[in-house]
Structure formats: C-alpha cells, structure tokens
Design a protein around this ligand. Sequence first.
Ligand SMILES: Cc1cc2nc3c(=O)[nH]c(=O)nc-3n(C[C@H](O)[C@H](O)[C@H](O)COP(=O)(O)OP(=O)(O)OC[C@H]3O[C@@H](n4cnc5c(N)ncnc54)[C@H](O)[C@@H]3O)c2cc1C
Length: 530
Amino acid sequence: MTRRYDAIVIGAGHNGLVAAAYLARAGLSVCVLERRPVLGGACTTETLWGNYRVSTAAYVCGLLHPKIVRDLELSRHGFEILRRDPSSFTPLPDGGYLLLGSDPALNAEQIRRFSRRDAEAFERYEAAMDRLGRFVEPLLTTVPPRFPDGRLSDLPVYWGLLTRVLRLPPVERLLLSRLPMASAWDVLSDWFESEPLKVTLATDGVIGTALSPTQPTTALVLFHHVMGSITGRRGVWGYVRGGMGALSEAIAAVARRYGAVIQTNAEVQTVLVRNGRAAGVVLADGPEIEARAVLSNADPKQTFLRLVPREVLPADFVARIERLRMSAASMKVNLIVDGLPNFRCLPGDRPGPHHRTTIHFCPSLDYLERAFADFVQGRPSERPMVEMCIPSVLDETLAPDGRHVVSLFVQYAPYEPPGGWSAWKDEFVRRVLAVIDEYAPGFSSRILHCQALSPQDLEETFALTGGNIFHGDLVPDQMFVFRPVAGWAQYRTPLPGLYLCGAGAHPGGGVIGAAGHNAARVVLRDLGGS
Ligand SMILES: Cc1cc2nc3c(=O)[nH]c(=O)nc-3n(C[C@H](O)[C@H](O)[C@H](O)COP(=O)(O)OP(=O)(O)OC[C@H]3O[C@@H](n4cnc5c(N)ncnc54)[C@H](O)[C@@H]3O)c2cc1C
C-alpha cells in the first residue's frame, strides 16, 4: 500500500526537523526520512566508543535562532545551552596567552598586555557587532525577495531592508557595507593592532572556508560566525547539554508531539515526479511514499544532481547548481582522553576556566597564511590551524567516567590530497597532535580513542558534497537572494512541489534552523496551511 502525507522531508538534519516541526504544528501530516541511523545530520551526537557521547560534526552552538527556540518551546523538550565564560583561549609560543569572555574588565586586562589601544577598542567593536547582529537577526527568518526578477510583492522586503540600513548608526553602516567584499583581516585591522587578538578573532573568518583571512569576502564569514545571540551574548558560543544531538532530539520531540513520523535508515533514492510536480519519493529499498510537498534537507547538489531526474529541471538551472562552489577546507578529529591538556602557559590539568573555552592553536597571521599556502598547493597544512573544545569539562553527561571528550576542528584539508586520504590521514592527525603537544606537552599520550573525518569522510558520512560543512561556500554571490542560485532563493525550486529546506538555502550554513523555519512558511503558504 502506498503511504501518503501532506509533506515529506528528505533528511533529518536540524533544519529538516525544524521544518517538520512547524509543518506538523500547523496540522499537516509529515514524514521525515533520514538515511543515517541517527538524527541531526551534522548536528548530531553519537556513541562511538562505550558510553562516551561525541558530537561527531558540529560541536558548539551560537547561531541557533531564538525565535525557533521560543516557537517550538525547545527548552521544555530538553534543550539547554551551557554558557562558557571565558569563551576563548589562545596560547602563544612565547609562554603568553589571551583569554577572553563576557567580563569587560577581564577582556581589557588581557588585551592590555598586548595593546592599550586595543583594550579600549574591544568593547566598542563588540558593541558594533552586537548592533549589526540585531540588524541581521530578523533577516535570517525572512524569505529573501526575488532577484533579479522582482515582483510588486517583494517591494515591502526591499523597502524594509533599505529603511533599516538607513537607520543604522554610521559606524555599523560602514561595517555592513564592507562585509561582502573586505577581508576579515582588513576589517579587524580597522579596529585593532595586536596580532594575538586579531588572529584569535580572524579564525572565525576562515572556519569551514577555503580562504585565508587576508582574502576578500572573509569578513562576511567572520560576521556570519558572530551574529548569533543564543547564549545571551552576541558572538559567544555555548555547548548543548548532552551534545549537539540533544538539540536535534529536542526538535524531533516537538515534531513527533505534533504527529510527525520520523524514520531513520530510510534513504531517498529519487523524488517522484507526476504531471510535472514532485509527488513524493522512492526509497532506496523500494517503497514509494506520496506527498503534496517534498522538502529536501539534502544540500543543493545532492538534491538537484542526484535526487531529481535531470530531465524535469531546466538545463540552465542544473548548470548553475553544478557550478555552485562547495569547497573542502576542514577536517574533524574527535578524541577521548584520560586527562586534560596541561598548558605550558597556564599549568594545571584539573579543569580550569580556559579548559571550558574554544582553544585556538593559531598564534599568528604568518602561521595561518602558511597553513593556507600548503592547502593552495593541494596538500594538508604542515602546521594546521586547530580549534579545540572539551565539552565534558562543563557537561558531565558526555563522559560519565571522568574522562574527557575532545573536539578538534582542523584546517586546511583539501578534498583530494596527492595519493588520497588513506595515505594522509594518520600523518595529518600526527601533525595536529604535534601542534597541541607544543603548547600542552604530553597531551597526545592521553588519547584513548580517536576518530578522524577527512572532507571525503564528511561527504560520505553526512552527505555533505565536497565535504563542505555549509552546503555551499559562504560567499556574497551565494548568499541571501543568491542562495542557492539567483532567482530561486524563496525555498521553491523549478520543480513545483519541491522545496529546499537546508543550509544550502538562506541564511546558509551553521546550526541556525532558519532555513527550515522559512521553508515551512513557504510550504504552508503554498498548501494553504495555517
Ligand atoms: C565537521 C563540522 C563541524 C561543524 N561545526 C559547527 C559548529 O560547531 N556549530 C555550527 O553552528 N555549525 C557547525 N557546522 C555546520 C553545521 O553543522 C551545518 O551547516 C548544519 O548542521 C547543516 O544543517 P542542515 O540541517 O541544513 O543539513 P545537514 O545537517 O547536512 O542534514 C542533512 C540531512 O539530510 C540527510 N540526507 C541527505 N541525503 C539524503 C537522502 N537521499 N535520503 C535521506 N536523507 C538524506 C543527511 O544524512 C543529513 O542527515 C559544522 C559542520 C561540520 C560538518
């Protein structure tokens, strides 16, 4: 018997689950089909070894849209943010360090050791970013207007945007105008002179990105990473109690509460097309499921080049999707260790404030540029940029026996190094650990378990084309009205009845939930739901 729903969501990433929850809440019958055995896509937590709970891909939460948390009452379904204060720690080769958090006095004291001027500028910089974040927040849950072919109904969005830009104070307006084209380094240099501070902040401009912080457009990536306010303080990221997967589980619980059916181990092979419309899906193991609307949480290349029969899409659209930039840059290494890193610059292996933070192994611009130069030559970085997080310091549910879960986000990692990843993976992990050992001697000897995910592993495991963590590079011509491609940024696609609801649509990568929220609104409008 063929099953039939109002809406099918392909993929149970957090965005797919958000879309399902809103649609089910509005009274639609909804079925979510996920190819993996676990929920959450890249926002997941898995038990790889014993009882340790590992957030295998995404590891910190800062961008999740507060409206979604409120609308779906996620806190009542187990979602809890663990704030980290201080939140950032950069050990330096000369034995110094930079520790930053929410306390203006601590920040000023820390930064003053490098530059008195920067110590004064930092609060102003944070205030400007906060105002810009407030400006952008409502845009994230806005369906982008049509471009280049606008309609009269798009005018209010353009008008609202223009008036809000004009109301921004001049400092923020200037900053906003520089974001799309400037480099992260240039923008930071407008405010600061000290290298340890600039390089610590600049890492946000290159995370997940195949660019160095001195290259144009990285200011946009920098802002993308500091625009969130879910921890109560703009730009500060927190842990999710129980791991990132606990957030996806909370969203799934809401969806189920409103009647959505969520199936794991259910790979969609193709979108069913009847009479020129998406009419459902065919699963890889055979069965067809029908629906009035099909939402794809898979990335744009997976969706349009693998799941939809080519002949039903305009050739020009397919060509533009083929040309989408989805660069590899990052590798994820997950560890279980029996002791915390004991830093030369801040000795002690009992949990200290710095162990709660994002720990940046990236001491200078030169270091970062060299790491990038190796990547440009097609090789993994000799001395990689490493971001370390140890969520078990704040969350005892992750490693019940007192050991620790360590997350290492590493750059730069090409998609296909010479000889392939089988020849490189152990060597790259060795390089990563050698960098950490320089600052925290003996750390690598504390490792009990290790999982290393190359860009190709990210692609295979999470269906992320090219290992791109954002479903498409965060560059100006692939954002807002251009995401995934100009003319199709309203979550609808050239195949009527098929919608995009993941990070490949506005507002892009990261655990935000807004793409799922916005797509659900468009589907409800089209299907006539409430
Ligand atoms: C290593 C890594 C680290 C990251 N770190 C962070 C971080 O700390 N914080 C942050 O905010 N963001 C981070 N990101 C980015 C963020 O996790 C992603 O951009 C975001 O989770 C994407 O969410 P999504 O729901 O749109 O898509 P996805 O999470 O990619 O979900 C898509 C889902 O669709 C499923 N799917 C695909 N094809 C099919 C099919 N044919 N049939 C059925 N199911 C299918 C996939 O299995 C997947 O579950 C990271 C990403 C990676 C990879």
